[in-house]
Design a protein around this ligand. Structure first.
Ligand code: NAG
Ligand code: NAG
Ligand code: NAG
Ligand code: NAG
Ligand code: NAG
Ligand code: ZN
Length: 334
């Protein structure tokens, strides 16, 4: 048995991350299992880690994906940090243990695997964003913006129909196998998934639906309140400011995003995180900032997940407490 000492404050290649995914399952067989839920254009296995404790009671789920945009290297680093933290705490932290019993975490460390591999090729490809499928017809460019390819008012605004553009929306909704894989998984599990978190950089934002059209979902007030609480949790760690808004209010309107799709199919809590920074280093955030960025974003994500968990399982907790009091009362009465 080799002990893998994984450096969480480095950026890692796709091969290293794939080995890490296997290692997580090996090291924590009681709570971690790998699941392949799709194949990329270049035939890589799109893999998520399912993390949670077995429970005879029905469970709910939390979704998190990283690396939908290839160049946002801090995002896969965050998913790995997040997995490390929850696996490190559930045995000793009663709250996390309770969440492991009530929830399954479905975490995809790198969704756009082909693009991520390409972004590691050399300096000239470092800022690659899209997938790696060839353009249609006689177009000589590659790649579709996966976060414009979802079936959520696809192809309307904040997109391009030019296949050479960084925000090319694809020939049609779900033309890309990576977007299709996520769509199929979410659709099959939508009654159980409480919360959808998709991790990007950069800009220090927490984005709530919708990107397009400029309308608000019925639980907008609650989404904003939960988002603002997460931003406060983030600020408390290293003082960084995160803005909570809908995309049209703070960035630009965009259609075809996974966040919008998740909310449209009824997943109540759906957020995009845009991690550090605000443009100084942009997509090439120095490795020295991996640790603090992940520490603060972890508290932000945890704040949201805790809220969602407590809201859903409050009545169960109440029942547990009530049972305890009745038992105590019965004992005292004797
Ligand atoms: C991890 O990587 C960082 C950044 O490259 C480096 O400074 C640090 O020394 C490494 N830690 C270990 C334990 O190798
Ligand atoms: C949890 O349940 C799965 C599926 O039923 C089973 O394969 C696994 O062994 C169980 N793990 C534990 C620790 O009981
Ligand atoms: C991809 O996953 C399938 C199972 O879903 C497995 O049989 C296959 O070996 C995997 N391929 C690679 C390259 O890991
Ligand atoms: C790649 O980029 C790094 C950092 O910008 C630079 O130091 C290095 O010289 C570049 N390498 C090549 C081959 O251009
Ligand atoms: C593709 O071909 C058509 C006609 O064959 C031409 O009108 C168009 O400009 C070409 N597009 C590109 C990007 O070369
Ligand atoms: Zn992005």
């Amino acid at each position: 048995n080799t002990v893998l000492v994984y450096n969480y404050t480095n950026y890692h290649t796709m091969d290293e991350i794939s080995d890490w995914i296997q290692q997580m399952e090996k090291d924590h067989p009681d709570v971690v299992s790998r699941m392949v839920y799709g194949t990329t254009y270049e035939k890589r296995n799109i893999t998520l880690l399912k993390i949670g404790l077995n429970n005879t009671m029905p469970k709910k789920a939390i979704w998190m994906d990283c690396g939908i945009h290839a160049r946002e290297w801090i995002s896969p680093a965050f998913c790995q940090h997040f997995v490390k933290e929850i696996l490190g705490s559930y045995k000793t932290d009663g709250k996390m243990r309770k969440m492991f019993k009530n929830l399954d975490f479905y975490i995809t460390p790198v969704l756009n695997m082909d693009g991520y591999v390409y972004s590691w090729k050399d300096n000239s490809t470092r800022l690659w964003r899209k997938s790696r499928s060839p353009g249609p017809g006689n177009c000589t460019c590659f790649g579709t913006d996966l976060n414009r390819n979802f079936y959520a008012n696809w192809g309307m605004v904040g997109i391009s129909r030019n296949c050479c553009s960084d925000i090319y929306s694809g020939e049609r909704a779900l033309s890309e196998p990576e977007a299709k894989a996520v769509t199929d998984f979410l659709s099959a599990n939508r009654n159980n998934i409480l919360c959808f978190l998709t991790i990007h950089s950069h800009g220090q934002l927490i984005l709530v639906p919708y990107g397009y059209p400029d309308i608000i979902p019925p639980n907008y007030d609650e989404l904003m309140q939960v988002g603002l609480a997460a931003a406060k949790a983030i600020k408390d760690v290293h003082g960084m400011d995160y803005t909570v808004e809908t995309p049209p209010n703070v960035l630009y309107a965009n259609s075809g995003s996974s966040r919008d799709f998740a909310r449209l199919i009824g997943i109540p809590f759906s957020f995009t995180f845009e991690l550090r920074d605000k443009g100084q280093h942009g997509f090439t955030l120095p490795e020295a900032q991996i640790q603090p960025t992940c520490e603060e974003a972890y508290q932000g994500a945890l704040s949201i997940i805790t809220y969602v968990h407590d809201k859903t399982f409050a009545s169960a907790a109440y029942t547990e407490t009530a049972t305890l009091w009745i038992t105590l009362w019965a004992i005292l009465a004797l």
